[in-house]
Ligand binder design. Structure first.
Ligand code: OAD
Length: 235
């Protein structure tokens, strides 16, 4: 990697957590009890079958509590980059797990929400939530039952903090995309929203967005991200 960069935006997807033992959405293990993620992660599915949608996210939330699940070398390298970088830095993740935070990331945006948060559709409050959710769970603020949902952005809903993300993209001169298939917008379009940036894609395999990037590195994030961070901090 050549050149001096000041402002970095990093986009991560499920692939960065794969080596921590969390299944990606569209990989071989990407189905959940025979359902495609697109058929579970929607407001319509929640309205039709709330218990099924709760069960999907409860299983994922419980998995995060498993002592075997921990940040990997890629999450840790991004913390070294954030701590050692003199310029602007923003980590945008599509992931709903908390492995970036557990590694120590601070300047982070969860554009698709967070598994370990819930939201009440009655009083509109969002809050930390570590237990299972169900249709009979009462809101700790307004006491209403049946109106809690995972604080997750479903298909057809607006991702979080898009304004802040677009401001950072506009001004950045290095954009790095890690472990995302590039199939879900608007994240898939971020590479085109950073007009002044050198763009780098890291993925286990070439993605359909490959031609949009200046540089590709093919292989596991747990190896390639620490190597790239080392280069950037040396430069
Ligand atoms: P996907 O499951 O679509 O893609 C994961 C990507 O990670 C694939 O391109 C894999 O090749 C790559 N990958 C797997 N293991 C890797 C490794 N060890 N190192 C590097 N790359 C690896 O997941 P996302 O792109 O994150 O949205 O999916 C985007 C969104 O779709 C998710 O945030 C979620 C989902 O539906 C919502 O829930 C709203």
């Amino acid at each position: 990697m050549t050149g001096i960069h000041r402002s970095i935006v990093i986009l991560t997807g499920a692939g960065i957590s794969a080596e921590s033992g969390l299944a990606t959405f569209r990989g071989a293990g990407g189905l959940w009890m025979g359902h495609r993620v697109e058929d579970v992660a929607t407001p319509e599915a929640f309205a039709r079958q709330p218990e099924m949608v709760h069960a999907f996210y409860n299983a994922r939330r419980r998995q995060l509590a498993d002592s075997a699940i921990a940040p990997n070398a890629a999450h840790e390298a991004l913390v070294r980059l954030e701590d050692g970088w003199a310029g602007d830095f923003l980590l945008v993740t599509q992931n709903v797990d908390d492995l970036h935070e557990r590694a120590g990331s601070k300047r982070i945006v969860h554009m698709h929400g967070e598994l370990r948060r819930a939201r009440c559709t009655t009083c509109d409050r969002g809050f930390a939530w570590l237990d299972d959710l169900g249709t009979d769970t009462a809101c700790p603020h307004c006491a209403r039952t049946g109106s809690l949902r995972p604080d997750i952005v479903w298909f057809g809903e607006m991702p979080m903090d898009l304004e802040r993300i677009h401001r950072a993209l506009q001004g950045c001169d290095l954009f790095i995309s890690i472990g995302t298939s590039g199939l879900v917008y608007p994240a898939a379009g971020f590479v085109e929203a950073a007009p002044a940036a050198r763009t780098v894609e890291i993925n286990l395999e070439p993605t359909s967005r490959r031609s949009m990037f200046d540089e590709h590195r093919t292989g596991p994030a747990g190896t390639l991200v620490p190597a790239l961070v080392h280069e950037l901090l040396q430069a």
